[in-house]
Each structure stands twice: as structure tokens, then as C-alpha cells.
Ligand binder design. Sequence first.
Ligand SMILES: Cc1cc2nc3c(=O)[nH]c(=O)nc-3n(C[C@H](O)[C@H](O)[C@H](O)COP(=O)(O)OP(=O)(O)OC[C@H]3O[C@@H](n4cnc5c(N)ncnc54)[C@H](O)[C@@H]3O)c2cc1C
Length: 464
Amino acid sequence: MAAKEFDVVVIGAGPGGYVAAIRAAQLGLKTAVVEREHMGGICLNWGCIPTKALLRSSEVFHLMHRAKEFGLSAEKIGFDLDAVVARSRGVAKQLNGGVGHLLKKNKVTVIMGSATIPAKGKVSVKTDKGTEELVAKNIIVATGARARELPGLEADGDLVWTYKHALTPKKMPKKLLVIGSGAIGIEFASFYNTLGADTTVVEVQDRILPVEDAEIAAFAKKSFVKQGIKIKEKAMVKKLDRGNGKVVAHIEMGGKTETEEFDTVISAVGIVANTGGIGLEELGVKIDRSFAVTDEYCRTGIEGLFVIGDATQGPWLAHKASHEGVMVAEFIAGGHPHPVKPETIAGCTYCHPQIASVGLTEAKAKEAGYKIKVGRFPFIGNGKAIALGEPEGMIKTVFDEKTGELLGAHMVGAEVTELIQGYVVGQKLETTEADLMETVFPHPTLSEMMHESVLDAWDRAIHI
Ligand SMILES: Cc1cc2nc3c(=O)[nH]c(=O)nc-3n(C[C@H](O)[C@H](O)[C@H](O)COP(=O)(O)OP(=O)(O)OC[C@H]3O[C@@H](n4cnc5c(N)ncnc54)[C@H](O)[C@@H]3O)c2cc1C
């Protein structure tokens, strides 16, 4: 059979790949997407979406315990873990079906199978029915990543879990150890702790949430500790002894190694890009610690070969993958898109309380040589936060004192993952403190704290 020809073949139908394919098709390019497992990739099936569905259940559970505070009554509050998980899987399934529909609507050819690139401009797909050969003027590799496993701490699905096991638990952990305090580790710690697991988080760096602003991370830590999460910083899990339904963790901290018994361990120590075995290195693509090295347009240096999303440099987030997908499709179609700037990508952690940030932390802004002005506003000073019963949190803004440029925004508290986009838009429009101060924020909203934080940076806050 003659090889099918396309303008663009996308490998991987995660938020990077399926968005790239749709945009390419919209721009009139004959496009195919190859996917070996599921539409929507990790994000829809095993990442962003199902975790948020689980966290919503734990949030409602938490609120039910607070019913009395709101003048309500709720008795015999409990949960059915299987039903919680079933809801999460159902949400993922619904969205996964939606991606298939969108690809069809945009006339993207979908090929289910595992792809390799045997030569420049060629894609070979192993399907159920055999091998399909494709010829492509452009190839976009969007193969994503998988959980990183450390020697001795490998997941077994029973006692030691990766995020996939943690999303589909067969039992409720009683005593849980979470290794790693990035967004994934903290979200699972928050979920299981709220449902009643005795939870410990171990972080090798000197503080949890190491990429966040130090003040925000400290605020979040205080809240987690209040909720009963035990936190061990500058600590390293050296070994896990497994047996009799228990794991004994050897944790090194302050030069000493202590042992502690757990019934479940979640390993959340980062990701490894799916760049091996596809043919990238053979074609001359540079790989750095599993991630493909690309330029600002996701070009690999090989003509017509792009790598986007988790398979290339970070931040490893779904919205970054999608935006790169759009950018590359437009570039291929002859457009002049702006490159994606990593510093403009907001990061959100959907624990309780939520955390969200964009741009430079206070420390990074100082390191970069800026003379800065910092504004802060606490949730306790905001009417809507009090009305919601969510008085815990803060919004911090970092400005360049000389130009008034918003360098960074950092938040902890209810719904901050929804609020952060206001600052993202502001930064994109190169806003200054003056524009933000003159903007009228609706009342009563949590967003008023974004205004007050800016005012505070210039000693003009009204409500503190
Ligand atoms: C537990 C968890 C929670 C997360 N929460 C968030 C969040 O809240 N917000 C956020 O922004 N990000 C979150 N992420 C990260 C997010 O999931 C990723 O950044 C995003 O999925 C990356 O998209 P991608 O398209 O690059 O890759 P992926 O989503 O990994 O998709 C890659 C696809 O390529 C397919 N594939 C791989 N190799 C081949 C091949 N050879 N042939 C054919 N198909 C192939 C895979 O099957 C997969 O479907 C989370 C991740 C995890 C694990």
C-alpha cells in the first residue's frame, strides 16, 4: 500500500498534540494525529483532569464537616472511595470522547497506533492491523512524559504508587508517605489527608513547593501542618523495605537516618520524557536528561521536525503544551507566531489551600538585579473571602520599582487558580502598577485582593 501523505503528522494526542493537530487543520494543512493509547494524553486521562475531580470530592467532604459553621447540618458524613474514583474516571472519559469529536469535526485523520520516525519526513505506525507508513512534510512530536522512578523506590502498584495508581486506588491508605512536594505530590497529599489518611510528605530540598515564592510556600506549609500533614524538608527517602502489607521507609534527615512504617507510598519525584525509541536521537535531535532540546519555536534543528509539550523543556504543564502546539502549527502554515516564553506560564496547585503563581518570585527578582516593590494582601481583609468562609490566604505582587512592571504574582488561598489569569493577562499586555491601580475590580470578589496587593506595593492599600 502506498504511503499516505500529509502536510503535518502529529505524534501523540495529549493537550500538545491534539491542539496542534486541530490548529494545523484549521489553517488548511492536511493533518494526521497518531496516538497509541488515549485521546487527551496524560492530562485528560491521568493528570490535570482526574486529579481535579478527586480533589473536588475531598473539598466537598471537607466542607460537609464544616456544615455547622454555615448554619447547616450534615450527619454521618462519609465517603465511598470506589464511587469517588468512578466519578473521576467518568469525568476523564467524558472529556476524552470530546477530544475525538473535535478532531473529527476538524477533519484530522486519527490513527491509533505507536509511531516511530524511521527517516526525516517519514512516520511508521504500528497498529492493530499491521504497519502503516506515512509521509509528512512536517512532524510534530508530542509524546509527553511518564513518572520518574528512582532506584529502590520503584512503584509496584500495591504498596508503592505512581500517580496512575494514586488516581485509581484499590484501598484507602491509612498511613501514607508522599515522596516529593511539587504540584503532583502536594495535590495527592491534600486529597488523601482530607479523606483521613495520616499523611507525611518528604522533600529533599530545603522547603516544600520549591518552585514557589518562599513566603507563599511557608504560608501553605503552615496550613498543611494545621490540617495534620507531617512535613519533612531537607530529607531523602533512601530505601523502602516492602513486606507483609507494609513499607518501612529509611529517611535521611540532618545526617541521621530514621525508619518509619507506612502502608502506602506515593512517589512523585518528577517526570521522564517519552523521547526514546522513536528515532529522534538517530535523526540527530539533542536530548538533555530525556527532554528534547528545541529552540523558541520548538524546532529541533532537523528541518520539519518539532517537539512540543512535556517531551521538551519545561514548564511541564498542559497549557504550555497546547500553546506550543498552536504556535508550531501557525509557524508551519507560514505565520509569524510569538514564541512561548516560559516565564509567562502560570503554575497552579489545586491543594487546599490552592496555590498559583506567574513570573518571578521575590528572590528571583532580586537575583536578577531588580530593585523591587512588593505588595501583600491577606484574605482576612476581603469581604468575599469572609463570606465564603475562606479567610486563609494571601496575594503577593512583585514589581520593578523603576518601571512599575509587574514581575511576578504569587497567591495562596481559595480559588487562586482562577484568579491568577488576571495577572497573566496584565503581564501579557505589559501592564504597569498604574494601569492595575486604575482598574476597577468588581465587588464583592476575591479579585479585589489582586487590586489591594498592587496598591499595597505602593503603600496605598485601603483595607489593611
Ligand atoms: C497527576 C498529574 C497531575 C497534573 N496536573 C496538571 C495540572 O493541574 N495542570 C497542568 O497544566 N498540568 C498538569 N499535569 C501535567 C500535564 O498532564 C502535562 O503537562 C501534559 O499532559 C503534557 O501534554 P503533552 O501533550 O505534552 O503530553 P501527554 O499529555 O503526556 O500526551 C502524550 C501522548 O502521546 C502518546 N504517545 C507517546 N508516545 C507515542 C508514540 N510513540 N506513538 C503514539 N503515541 C504516543 C501518549 O499515549 C500520550 O497520549 C499533571 C500531570 C500529572 C501526572
